[in-house]
Design a binder for this molecule. Structure first.
Ligand SMILES: Cc1cc2nc3c(=O)[nH]c(=O)nc-3n(C[C@H](O)[C@H](O)[C@H](O)COP(=O)(O)OP(=O)(O)OC[C@H]3O[C@@H](n4cnc5c(N)ncnc54)[C@H](O)[C@@H]3O)c2cc1C
Length: 317
């Protein structure tokens, strides 16, 4: 089968997911081809990198493609797909891919499956994908090809080197974009990066008030860690946004995650469940956080934490 992989890059760097798409394409192509498509103004250096893993790299270049816009990406991909007739079009399941992939599938009037983690082409095209924030996995069979798949990052890391050719697709956008790229807005870098911390003392609504954050800070300092929080703590302005753990915050995997007064809503759990050691202090024995904690203390945090601080001070002398 002929498998197209749409490359993605930003700030002069190819997203490694572009190579992962080619790894998957090489796995499933059979006696067909794994072909990368790279779109932009001057994409030669990306094409060279991609060619190591592709049978062919299509360059689609034009001044108007310098910055990504979904309508022009779809416009040129439609032209190329119509001419070259790929069986599958693989796109990264990123913010960018998640935007233009459904648009492309709708314009082509073909099936789409998103956030795919496995593909089997032994009998038609079957894919596996997660639902409900990873709680459930489903297998889907696509009714027809061509089809569009968006692929989850980090799944297809291994693949062969192929050494293919680079070809100018000779395709230009057929229209002007309805969106104009203005500039990138870099996120503010906070003084603490919780994703890099080995020890996190994380506070939830159970901390009750901004003035009590001090308690967590004192404990974190004694442990050599940093303070993070659940969403209500951030929404209340008790901690800055870059300290939020969870699906709409950051994913952390510290050596120790100490959860103080956090109930354990799944939106929070998704951001910390892979921590090496999870200790939860909560006065509600039914709190879901105890479902992921390695050790649980059913108690009032305002009793336990000061005692813990005293003990640590004693130990440290
Ligand atoms: C789209 C969406 C995205 C979301 N994203 C996130 C996210 O990224 N991160 C996140 O955290 N949440 C997120 N949420 C919110 C999430 O659903 C929960 O509402 C939130 O995690 C609850 O925070 P909490 O555990 O601090 O508060 P609560 O659920 O109110 O729990 C407080 C806990 O503290 C305990 N407690 C109270 N007093 C004490 C005490 N003195 N000692 C010990 N324990 C005490 C209580 O028993 C309770 O279990 C999101 C929600 C939505 C809808």
């Amino acid at each position: 089968m002929k498998v197209f992989c749409v490359a993605e890059y930003r700030f002069e760097e190819l997203n490694p997911l572009s190579i992962e798409l080619l790894n998957l394409a090489n796995q499933i192509k059979g006696d067909g081809t794994a072909e990368a498509v790279v779109i932009g103004k001057d994409v030669g250096k990306y094409a060279e990198e991609l060619a190591k893993y592709a049978d062919k790299v299509w360059k689609v270049e034009d001044d108007s493609l310098e910055n990504y816009t979904p309508d022009l990406y779809v416009d040129v991909l439609l032209q190329l797909a119509e001419r070259e007739k790929p069986d599958l079009i693989l796109i990264g399941n990123t913010a960018q891919g998640g935007e233009f992939a459904p648009y492309l599938a709708a314009k082509m009037n073909v099936p789409i499956a998103t956030d795919v983690v496995a593909v089997d082409v032994s009998d038609g095209v079957k894919v596996s994908r997660y639902l409900m924030q990873g709680k459930l996995m489903v297998d889907l069979k696509l009714k027809s090809t061509p089809a569009v798949l968006t692929i989850r990052q980090g799944v297809f890391k291994e693949g062969p080197e192929v050494g293919g050719e680079i070809v100018d697709a000779g395709i230009k956008p057929s229209k002007e974009s309805r969106r104009k790229f203005v500039s990138y807005i870099e996120p503010e870098v906070g003084e603490v990066d919780i994703t890099q911390a080995d020890i996190i003392v994380s506070v939830g609504r159970g901390i009750e008030d901004a003035s009590n954050i001090e308690l967590a800070e004192e404990l974190a300092e004694l442990l050599g860690g940093v303070v993070a929080g659940s969403r209500p703590v951030i929404d209340n302005g008790w901690l800055p946004k870059d300290r939020q753990v969870g699906i709409s915050g950051k994913v952390v995997k510290p050596k120790l995650y100490l959860a103080l007064g956090i109930s354990g809503a799944f939106q929070h759990i998704m951001g910390m469940k892979d921590s090496e050691l999870i200790i939860a202090i909560n006065k509600d024995p039914e709190a879901p956080i105890f479902g992921v904690a390695h050790y649980g203390v059913v108690a009032d945090l305002f009793e336990v934490v000061p005692e813990l601080i005293e003990k640590l001070k004693e130990i440290k002398g």
